[in-house]
Design a protein around this ligand. Structure first.
Ligand SMILES: *Cc1c(COP(=O)(O)O)cnc(C)c1O
Length: 505
């Protein structure tokens, strides 16, 4: 039975709260401060609880089912992260507290900066940016300021491969720079010849290149080192979009490959519930020559003089000796681009990432990537004969891109397949992205799914392909079992209704 909407069960005078008796003299509120009418639903507490619990159950989440949303890395979030993030010492901190009274949180930030620097092979890290795209903007501003400081103010072009994530060209435009697209070659890599031609044409104007690697086709660029060399040779810098880091943890270090800057999506690679624009962290790592440009403040250890590598064995001793006066302090790098966010980043997300990294250790992180890649390749192999997969002959990384173009089912499009999948209790893959693949279905199972779950998904996809031929109407009218049926996508976007209440529904 569908749950009645909360405004439909109102009874005048019913309340969900009982306030304590007033123990101070009552006084009228100032004129104009109180609304005459405020149409709140009048319901009992149990009705209210049921209403919100019911709403929460309409959502598909990683805790309720398989969520292969490509590029988003919807992995399982260990619940121990939540325990750590809720430790009272963390949750009751105020960001304006004196350094000496926030040493524990600063130690965590310091350690996380160092761990991320080590994992990706960079000299320094800031944890301030609030999301991946924010990290990109930070990175590009760093690149630009570095070049400006060297007097190269004429540089205003960024090359962006067509297999990059959509945020890359968006970031470039936001930074006031010009985007020039670099085409892919037949194997899904950056086309080296076309890149050379573009560099020959724009070389002196080049700020650099932004590269998503592994790219949005789920492929590791086979010429990445050569691409980076060519851009460096032209005096440009190379930005790495590290949101797909889930595929190469403990296997390849972007810093060692030659990337100058990279953002990490802590809320993807290192877990944290995300989606719907919730809090994230787009930490940014840089090579030595850019370390002084990081936004700040970052955390350094007293005596470091801005250096933040150090012997981790001696660290705890130093920490206990100096903790009275404050061993860790805030530090603004000398050529910093400035702050990019209030205070120090989304601290709760940092605690989760830190917990996740320590819980796995170096070996565990490598296993994360090995299993993420294995799972994606397993699915690719099971679907390859039924769904076209451009570059399906290559080993994919943590994700791959199939097409919703089924033989013998000319009327069926990717959207129909995605909607039908919801009837199987699974979240659809990312659809119609990347743009360079028509009818794209971008599938990322992540490392945390079992073989049984992967098989259930592959079976569902194969059954849907069969249905597409034998009873296409079933797909066209899907979903049949979801809380809402097929929406009119255009109307939903153009005529968005965000609230339901008397008079505004
Ligand atoms: C998710 C993602 C981004 C953007 O990250 P947000 O945290 O959503 O801003 C950038 N690049 C790639 C490859 C991504 O998958």
């Amino acid at each position: 039975m569908p749950e009645p909407f909360i405004y439909d069960i109102c009874q005048a005078g019913r309340r969900a709260v009982s306030l304590p008796a007033c123990d101070v003299p009552e006084a009228p509120l100032p004129e104009g401060c109180v609304r005459e009418t405020l149409p709140l639903p009048e319901v009992a507490e149990i009705d209210l609880v049921r209403h919100y619990t019911h709403l929460s159950q309409l959502n598909h989440g990683i805790d309720t089912g398989f969520y292969p949303l490509g590029s988003c890395t919807m992995k399982y979030n260990p619940k121990v992260n939540e325990v750590a993030a809720r430790l009272i010492g963390f949750t009751t901190l105020h960001p304006l507290q004196p350094e000496a009274s926030a040493q524990g949180a600063m130690a965590l930030i310091y350690d996380l900066q160092a761990l991320l620097a080590e994992i990706a092979g960079f000299a320094a890290v800031t944890l301030q940016p609030a999301a991946g795209a924010h990290g990109e903007l930070t990175g590009v501003l760093i690149m630009r300021k570095y070049l400006y400081d060297r007097g190269e103010t004429q540089r205003d072009v960024i090359l962006v491969p067509d297999s990059a994530h959509g945020t890359n060209p968006a970031t470039t435009s936001m930074s006031g720079l010009k985007v020039i697209e670099v085409p892919s070659d037949g194997r899904g890599n950056v086309d080296l010849e076309k890149l050379k031609a573009l560099i020959a044409q724009h070389g002196p104007k080049l700020v650099g290149l932004m590269m998503t690697n592994p790219n949005t086709l789920g492929l590791f660029d086979e010429h990445v080192v050569e691409v980076i060399r060519l851009v460096h040779e032209a005096g440009g810098l190379v930005y790495g979009d590290g949101a797909n880091f889930n595929a190469i943890l403990g296997i390849a270090k972007p810093g060692a490959l030659g990337f100058d800057v990279m953002h990490y999506n802590l809320h993807k690679t290192f877990s944290t519930p995300h989606g719907g624009g919730g809090p994230g962290s787009g930490a940014v790592g840089v090579a030595e020559h850019l370390a002084d440009y990081l936004p700040g403040p970052i955390v350094v250890r007293s005596g470091d003089g801005g250096e933040e590598t150090g012997d981790r064995g001696q660290e705890s001793e130093a920490r206990s000796q100096e903790s009275e006066g404050g061993a860790f302090r805030w530090y603004m790098p000398p050529h910093s681009i400035g702050r990019v966010k209030a205070f120090y980043g989304n601290f709760g997300v940092l605690v989760r990432a830190y917990t996740y990294i320590l819980m796995h250790g170096a070996e565990g992180l490598r296993q994360v990537s090995e299993n993420a890649v294995l799972n994606a390749n397993y699915l690719q192999a099971r679907l390859r004969c039924t769904y076209p997969i451009p570059h399906g002959d290559r080993t994919c990384m943590h994700e791959f891109v199939a097409q919703g173009k089924l033989e013998g089912a000319p009327g069926i499009i990717t959207m129909d397949i995605a909607k039908r999948l919801m009837d199987f209790g699974m979240h659809p893959p990312t659809v119609y992205f990347p743009l360079i693949v028509s009818e794209a279905l971008m599938i990322e199972p992540t490392e945390t799914e079992s073989k049984e779950t992967l098989d259930a998904f592959a079976d569902a996809m194969l059954q849907i392909a069969e249905e597409a031929r034998s009873q296409p109407e079933l797909l066209k009218s899907a979903p049949h079992h979801a809380p809402v049926k097929r929406l009119d996508e255009v109307k939903a976007a153009k005529d968005l209704v965000l609230c339901y209440a008397p008079g505004c529904g």
